[in-house]
Ligand binder design. Structure first.
Ligand code: NAG
Ligand code: NAG
Length: 454
């Protein structure tokens, strides 16, 4: 009799536990699902507290930090003694294992991991779109989605007329793709100083990126890219560099130029800048948590200033000497705080500058371009057709077609027409990484189909 009672009590407890478990799991998940639909109101009140948990990216374990990238970074800096760029796999890995003990290793992406732990695997990507950059931005977003493994949360800062158009276009994308991302659209806003003055500063809204750490208060880390950037390999690969930061590093960028003799900063800048050639801010990894908690050295106040307090005085001091706007301000900041910056090699921010005066990005020659940055408007004119070919192909790719057939082969074929231009001269630079990426996507798909019952 007593035993029966015990059994009944245990069974009831178990039942209640199960109920709570499933109920709790769903409740935790719903806001995330709804969020996509609720964007418009939400952005207007973006200052309000977001309900959604900070979906901090933890699981670099689902994207093996590519050994060749490490090799590459290491090789690139082998000449210099650099604890910072140095790759110390042990440290991050330990951290990863600890945090993410329960979630699954990479090949299990499609497995029924609990909803909650999947939500924690978001990568964050921010972009600022103004003027006529709608299609360009959407093509960038598309390239990020086509190849990436983990899910992505896009933070799109858009001028008023663009916001509803983003909303509409993104909601039209097929289900298979929309399962891989969420997005929030924010108005352009400047939290310190005179908003109009910031807006007038340089290109429309460019200065917005400086305020990301202040605005996105509950995001731990993010990748900022210009609208004219295209991913040619998974975003996961650059994201995993966050884990290679040493204790003082809080942002990562590529050099503005490889050759000081023809670099802009080294020849013309009338303000301090980072390193020998300065850095380019078109592709910038940021650990926002660290940026928010660091006091930055500067030429104005000896005790250092927080990021938020630094921006306006810095701008006031240098505004008559800067040419490229917010990128110049970033260069000044990291000139005084070089230990805070991680430098990644040029194939992660490959621009016309790397080929229009002759090929000068070694890393891209060796392993191909990883992230293409078509600045100078080259996606939209005929000055550098090699860049345009890639842009057009990704823009026109019908989602869910065979990537080799409808993306890689068209690029390869059209590339033949560019081989007598400066940038098209070495097709491998543009094609190697794309081909590798697509082969991987293809193989993953086949493997997934072959393996029964995920
Ligand atoms: C981190 O790396 C940077 C750049 O190499 C270096 O200047 C800095 O001293 C390093 N910080 C630590 C704590 O090792
Ligand atoms: C960013 O820095 C914070 C504070 O050092 C750290 O806790 C967090 O794990 C870092 N984020 C990533 C993605 O490495």
């Amino acid at each position: 009799m007593r035993i029966h009672c015990k059994v009944v009590v245990i069974a009831v407890c178990f039942g209640v536990f199960l109920l709570l478990y499933f109920w709790g799991g769903n409740a935790a998940d719903d806001p995330l699902l709804k969020e996509v639909g609720e964007e418009p109101q939400r952005q207007r009140q973006q200052e309000k507290k977001k309900k959604e948990e900070v979906v901090e990216e933890e699981s670099s374990n689902s994207s093996p930090s590519p050994s060749e990238l490490r090799r590459d970074v290491a090789a690139k800096f082998a000449g210099k003694s650099s604890a910072g760029v140095g790759v110390r796999p042990e440290e991050p890995r330990k951290e990863r294992r600890g945090v993410n003990a329960k979630s699954k290793p990479r090949s299990n992406v499609a497995q029924p991991v609990s909803k909650r732990s999947r939500a924690e695997e978001f990568m964050h990507l921010a972009v600022v779109a103004c003027g006529n950059r709608l299609d360009e931005t959407l093509t960038m977003v598309k390239s990020a989605l086509l190849f990436s493994i983990k899910k992505i949360k896009f933070h799109i800062f858009a001028e008023d007329p663009l916001a509803p158009q983003f909303e509409e276009r993104l909601n039209q994308w097929p289900r298979g793709i929309s399962a891989k991302f969420q997005f929030s659209i924010y108005p352009i806003s400047f939290s310190v100083g005179n908003a109009d003055e910031w807006k007038k500063l340089f290109k429309p809204c460019a200065a917005q990126r400086l305020f990301l750490p202040v605005i996105l208060k509950d995001v731990d880390s993010l990748l900022y890219v210009d609208t004219d950037v295209l991913f040619l390999r998974p975003m996961d690969d650059i994201w995993s560099l966050l884990k290679s930061f040493n204790k003082t590093q809080l942002a990562a960028m590529a050099p503005e130029h490889e050759v000081p003799k023809i670099g802009w900063y080294s020849r013309f800048a009338r303000h301090p800048f980072y390193g020998v050639t300065g850095v380019n801010s078109g592709v910038m990894l940021m650990n926002l948590t660290r940026i928010r908690s660091t006091l930055f050295k500067n030429s104005m106040i000896p005790s250092g200033l927080s990021w938020e307090d630094l921006l306006h005085p810095l701008y006031q001091k240098y505004k008559n000497h800067i040419t490229w706007g917010d990128q110049d301000l970033l260069n000044i900041i990291f000139h005084y705080n070089p230990e805070c910056l991680f430098i990644f090699p040029c194939q992660w921010n490959y621009r016309p500058d790397h080929c229009m005066y002759g090929s000068n990005c070694k890393g891209a020659e060796e392993e191909g371009v990883s992230i293409l940055h078509g600045n100078r408007g080259v996606y939209h004119d005929d000055k550098q057709p090699a860049f345009k070919v890639v842009y057009d192909a990704i823009r026109d790719f019908p989602f869910e077609d065979n990537m080799f057939q409808s993306l890689f082969y068209p690029i390869q074929t059209k590339f033949l027409d560019t081989v007598n231009t400066l940038c098209g001269r070495i097709p491998q630079v543009f094609l190697k990484q794309i081909e590798k990426t697509m082969r991987k996507v293809f193989e993953d798909k086949v493997v997934r189909h072959v393996r029964p019952h995920k």
